[in-house]
Design a protein around this ligand. Structure first.
Ligand code: NAP
Length: 312
């Protein structure tokens, strides 16, 4: 019999395509619709994306639940504690997206300092023949602070070395194997750098880690780039800091309210925005879909899962 899986939210088409070769995929659907679904009591697997919400109520609707497979490295939308209580495993897709997210972090650093969107628009609008653009800010040699020195943080650091950027970082613990300066307190880190890049998980542990005090410490020549989760920055404080010159600019791929960021962010000249596209290339999304599917296949084959989250 073909196993039925529940999609927690609309899934990436590459993930759906891979799953449909072996499984029947239902959902996403309302709680009431799920409770009434004829296959509900047989469903062992929830398939999810990095931004999906998988609350306890969804898990509890599925008495046979064994696995939540997330196509994404971040899984802050999954109630992992409850999954563990229910005896269900959670898997994610680490490593395969490191290059893309690190590339985007560097792209945002270059875009906001060299004002690439404005330069692009300037040429397109036929302004070039009338005169030059105002000068921009040099990225190479800037002091870089990385908040989160995990898989992607290290990929960003590796790239930043080629830009001659001295690198300091904060994380929960110092990494003695890395040649970068550890600064335990994020406000201290901000006061020591020109460019602060965020690449931690979301969730309660990092909520509003960047607040008004951190932005003040970064200072009027400082830039912030966020490729982590919108929740890591107090966005209202960020808007105020950008509007009043407390910091120089921001490059943002993630927002507290996706897909509708604060309206103020949409009109500021010192902000570059991308719509949560850190891992959004064909090659990487395929690798993520394959890994998320491999975890499900292993579950049904009774084999050890490839990439369980650390809590499991
Ligand atoms: P990772 O290897 O687990 O690294 C996470 C880092 O964050 C670690 O260095 C960890 O510190 C640090 N950290 C965690 N909680 C912290 C806290 N409360 N205070 C300070 N540092 C903390 O994860 P990764 O694979 O690099 O991915 C990081 C995150 O990037 C994901 O969880 C996701 O939210 C985000 N992401 C975004 C996109 C996008 O499209 N923009 C794509 C992929 C991932 P320790 O090392 O000391 O534990």
């Amino acid at each position: 019999m073909t196993p039925t899986l529940l999609a927690a939210s609309p899934l990436n088409p590459l993930f759906v395509k891979a799953l449909q070769t072996k499984y029947s995929v239902i959902g996403p659907m309302s709680h009431d619709a799920l409770m009434a679904h004829p296959d509900r009591e047989l469903i062992e697997v929830i398939a999810a994306g990095g931004e999906s919400k998988v609350p306890a109520s969804m898990m509890d609707a599925l008495p046979a639940l064994k696995l939540i497979s997330v196509m994404g490295v971040g899984y802050d939308g999954v109630d992992v504690g409850h999954a563990i209580q229910r005896g269900a495993m959670v898997t994610h897709t680490p490593n395969v997206l490191n290059d893309d997210v690190a590339d985007l972090a560097i792209a945002l650093m270059l875009s906001v300092t060299r004002r690439i969107p404005q330069a692009h628009q300037f040429v397109r609008a036929g302004e070039w023949a009338k005169g030059g653009l105002p000068l921009a800010t040099k990225l190479s040699g800037m002091r870089l602070g990385i908040v989160g020195m995990g898989r992607i943080g290290q990929a960003i650091a590796h790239r930043a070395e080629a830009f001659g950027m001295p690198i300091a970082y904060t994380a929960r613990s110092a990494k003695s194997n890395l040649p970068y300066t550890f600064v335990a307190d994020i406000e201290d880190l901000a006061s020591q750098v020109d460019m602060l890049t965020l690449i931690t998980p979301g969730g309660a542990g990092t909520h509003h880690m960047v607040n008004a005090a951190v932005l003040k410490a970064l200072g009027p020549k400082g830039y912030i780039v966020n490729v982590a989760r919108g929740s890591v920055i107090d966005e209202a404080a960020l808007v105020e800091a950008l509007q009043t010159g407390v910091i120089a600019g921001a490059g943002l791929d993630v927002f507290e309210n996706e897909p509708t960021p604060l309206p103020a962010l949409l009109t500021m000249d010192n902000v570059v925005l991308t719509p949560h596209v850190g891992s959004a290339t064909d090659a990487t999304r395929q690798a993520m879909a394959d890994l998320a599917t491999a975890n499900i296949n292993r579950h049904f084959a009774g084999e050890p899962l490839e990439t369980p989250v650390p809590e499991c």
